[in-house]
Design a protein around this ligand. Structure first.
Ligand SMILES: Nc1ncnc2c1ncn2[C@@H]1O[C@H](COP(=O)(O)OP(=O)(O)OP(=O)(O)O)[C@@H](O)[C@H]1O
Length: 816
């Protein structure tokens, strides 16, 4: 196979391959360490011996041998600018890849540089770019080299008060520029600083006091609550007093550090910024550390968001003090740092740390040309931090990294779920000048999220959706890289479909400024096309399919050897080219055939990936459907039971009410009947009384009249008798006269009273008993009694009984 093509002016990337060493069984659990009887993993990747032409005697080619399964797949050979084998250290990568020339371009030519890592999840991208606890990554090394090279030419905002304003005046990206001290103060500080309102806040979190202004913190935090193990000052320059504080629980669980997680990685192996233990809510912090967090004595030191605990020490290795880049001494520089992530195809600011609870919502930013930058798209509205020295830049980097999204998957316990962008703008102006004539270039370092197969990563729900977006954006990136590598003709501009997603737009739009921009803004300064280095990471013992897919579209050149038994690719090839594949030989195809096969492979791989994701989604959906059906069934059963219960309850209630009503009605009916009876009785009584009265009234009057008449007759008779007696013996007649007067009085009283008739009867009897005959004698006592009746006495005509004989009169008297 031919050596890899030399990078041309139209090349997007120099592509390096770094192979990841196998995980140490002491550090990471593998299936083999768990199950020793399992066969050792097959190494499907072979590094070819370096060719004569290779630079530095480094290998440039690898061969991918498909595993011995039922499928017959092609053996593929890939070419890269260089291949770094497992034993390569961080410093080898830094020195051996084109990172140093990239920084030279940024400092010298004002050419933008792009450094990115690409690979399957867990293959070591973040390790390469950001390092680990003991080793610095390419980002830290690049920053170190930048600051070392610029040395005293770097302007610090504290010694140049107008620096921020001057940079802000010329910044084209509508960003908010602040000094590192202000930024760090706002994040870790005492809150006395004016709150910084960002246009793109990230979720608010709560954490521990771990601030750069550690002096105040040291004096205020109760030692019983926090321990401050190390003040790592030796690492930092003397003039800047940095102290890092590690806040730990007073009594940590023994060996807590050494407890392996789900994927078998020891926490000590996880870089501090990825450590999940760093994340703690305010509530949890309060529970763990008590109310002292709120004490007024050190309230200002409590940060307003969840912050990572600062590492007790930052790695110092590898040392690059032997490398330096010459810089123009007649210029002065300002280094401006910004960080953002592309998550689900949207851009989010990683330095927009929210200052209060209201800012929990993340707002995404736009990648667009602005008024001040019509020829160049920029991420508008970012927060940018001016860092006067390396330590400040590191602090800002760490702060931004804690905001980045990571999640545990089946493939990597701390897997990046977004594409992270770390931008260093090196601004230059003539030395001593107070003008705003800043020029410069950008160095962008990108830690791409890893492609992953849903089956291996065992992702689900939101993480699976993230994986879908990650894979999609990486597929577009792959297409761009493939188009670029296919078009090696320098005369023809490559048609790179970089506008398909945010990631490729961010990576390539400034490599291919649009023609409209050229014509409309031709007066603008011509920019050198950016220079880019891509480090592809691969695990030779990892997932074959995912790795081969990444290698296919990232390699600078590829050679495919078709196996004897016709494979899918050969079938496609035969269909496309009209040539039947030879079953006897393993031909090496022409460039056109190869391209067709590559495209076919790539498409098949993409479709396979899609099918896999869809299968997982389908399985999830089916699970959800089953669950929903079960829930539905349960709900129906429950509804039935409830319905029965309600029915029974209603029935009982109805019966109770009916009975109650019946009783009430019966009661009312009884009462009504009683009332009616009573009413009837009273009516009858009244009626009977009325009849009696009526009869009485008739009878009594008649009777009284009759009695009066009789009385009159008797009186007359009595007078007659009296008269007769007087004529015989006056003394005796007087005696006799008194008794009839009493009898008459009785008659009158009786006639006036209610008991009337009987009394009258008895009075008449009395009179009869007296044997009165003279009516003249009866009149005298009436007068003596003073009764008005006497006055009304009329002279009655003689009645029949006056003419009666003795017997008839007796009969009359008996009758009454
Ligand atoms: N060259 C290496 N040397 C030692 N350890 C390594 C190396 N590369 C990777 N690792 C280890 O492998 C694990 C996974 O690496 P890392 O997190 O960098 O993968 P990644 O490609 O960034 O994954 P993702 O895309 O999921 O974020 C880490 O524990 C890391 O320390």
């Amino acid at each position: 196979m031919e050596p890899p093509p030399k990078p041309s002016s139209t090349s997007l990337f120099q592509v390096y391959l770094r192979l990841r060493p196998p995980p140490s069984p002491l550090v990471q659990l593998t299936p083999q360490s768990l199950y020793p009887l399992l066969p050792p993993p097959e190494r499907y990747l072979t590094v070819e011996s370096p060719s004569q032409e290779s630079q530095d005697g480094m290998p440039t080619h690898i061969t991918l041998n498909p595993p011995n399964d039922s499928r017959k797949r092609a053996v593929e050979k890939f070419a890269f600018t260089k291949v770094f084998e497992e034993q390569a250290e961080q410093i080898d990568i830094f020195k051996g890849t084109g990172v140093v020339p990239l920084i030279e371009g940024v400092l010298g030519e004002g050419r933008d540089g792009l450094l990115a890592t690409l690979g399957v999840t867990g293959s070591g991208k973040s390790h390469t770019i950001l390092g680990s606890k003991s080793q610095r990554g390419l980002t830290q090394l690049s920053l170190d080299l930048l600051y070392r090279s610029l040395d005293r030419l770097t302007l610090h905002p504290s010694s140049h008060p107008l620096l921020i304003a001057s940079l802000a005046a010329t910044d084209p990206s509508e960003s908010q520029i602040l000094s590192a001290s202000t930024f760090l103060e706002s994040v870790y500080g005492d809150g006395l600083q004016e709150p910084i309102h960002s246009r793109a806040p990230t979720p608010m979190t709560v954490g521990f006091p771990s601030c750069s202004s550690s002096k105040s913190l040291l004096s205020t935090v109760p030692k019983s609550q926090w321990s401050i193990p190390t003040l790592e000052t030796s690492f930092y320059p003397k003039d800047i007093e940095y102290s890092t504080i590690r806040l730990v629980e007073v009594a940590p669980a023994p060996n807590a550090e050494q407890t392996t997680n789900e994927t078998g990685i020891l926490p000590s192996q996880i870089p501090f910024w990825k450590s999940p233990t760093l994340r703690m809510t305010r509530k949890q912090a309060k529970l763990r550390f008590g109310n002292t967090l709120q004490e007024t004595s050190y309230t200002p030191s409590v940060p307003r968001r969840k912050m990572p605990q600062r590492p007790s020490s930052l790695p110092r290795f590898p040392d690059i003090s032997d490398i330096s880049i010459p810089t123009a001494s007649n210029a002065e520089y300002a280094i401006v740092i910004s960080m953002y992530e592309v998550y689900n195809d949207r851009i989010f600011d990683l330095l927009a740390v929210p200052s209060n609870q209201k800012d929990l919502r993340r707002r995404h930013l736009l990648f667009k040309p602005t008024e001040a930058s019509p020829d160049r798209k920029v991420v508008a509205g970012l927060r940018k931090v001016v860092c006067g020295n390396y330590e400040e830049a590191l602090m800002v980097l760490e702060t931004g990294l804690t905001e980045r999204r990571v999640a545990g998957t089946g493939s990597n316990s701390v897997s990046s779920r977004s594409h992270g962008f770390f931008c260093v703008e090196v601004k230059r102006r003539p030395r001593g000048g107070m003008s705003n004539s800043w020029t410069g270039a950008h160095l962008t370092i990108v830690d791409l999220a890893g492609s992953e197969r849903a089956r291996n990563a065992k992702t689900a729900g939101a993480t699976l959706a993230e994986a879908g977006k990650i894979n999609e954006s990486l597929m577009y990136l792959g297409q761009c890289l493939q188009m670029q590598s296919d078009s090696q003709d320098e005369t023809k501009p490559a048609l790179v479909p970089f506008r398909q997603c945010k990631l490729t737009e961010l990576l390539f739009s400034n490599s291919f400024p649009s023609s409209s921009h050229h014509t409309i803004h031709s007066t603008h300064r011509h920019r050198n096309p950016q220079k880019a280095v891509m480090i592809v990471t691969a695990d030779p013992l990892g997932d074959f399919n995912a790795t081969s897919q990444i290698l296919r579209y990232s390699a600078l050149a590829r050679e495919v050897t078709v196996p004897r038994i016709p494979s899918v690719s050969s079938t496609i090839l035969s269909g496309t080219t009209g040539r039947a594949p030879s079953s006897q030989a393993s031909p090496t195809f022409t460039h056109t055939d190869e391209a067709v096969v590559e495209m076919a492979f790539s498409e098949i791989a993409r479709l396979n990936e899609e099918v896999e994701i869809l299968n997982v989604r389908l399985a999830e959906e089916e699970g959800r459907r089953r669950e929903a059906e079960e829930n539905w069934q349960n709900a129906e059963d429950k509804a039935e039971v409830v319905e029965m219960e309600v029915r029974e309850e209603c029935w009982t209630e109805m019966e109770r009410r009916l009975e109650e009503e019946r009783r009430r009605w019966m009661c009312a009916w009884g009462e009504e009947a009683d009332h009616n009876d009573e009413h009837l009785d009273r009516k009858l009584e009244i009626l009977s009384k009325g009849i009696q009265i009526h009869e009485d009234a008739v009878d009594r009057n008649a009777y009284i009249t009759e009695l009066e008449t009789e009385n009159e007759a008797l009186r007359q008779r009595f007078e007659a008798l009296e008269h007769e007696i007087q004529s015989r013996s006056p003394t005796k007649s007087r005696q006799k006269l008194k008794i009839p007067s009493l009898a008459l009085a009785d008659i009158r009283v009786a006639a006036g009273s209610d008991s009337g008739i009987e009394a009258l009867g008895s009075a008449v009897s009395k009179l009869k008993g007296l044997g009165l005959t003279d009516p003249a004698e009866a009149r005298a006592p009436e007068k003596t009694a003073g009764k008005t009746a006497g006055k009304k006495v009329r002279k009655l005509t003689t009645r029949k009984w006056d003419l009666m004989d003795e017997n008839d009169l007796d009969a009359f008297e008996n009758h009454y």
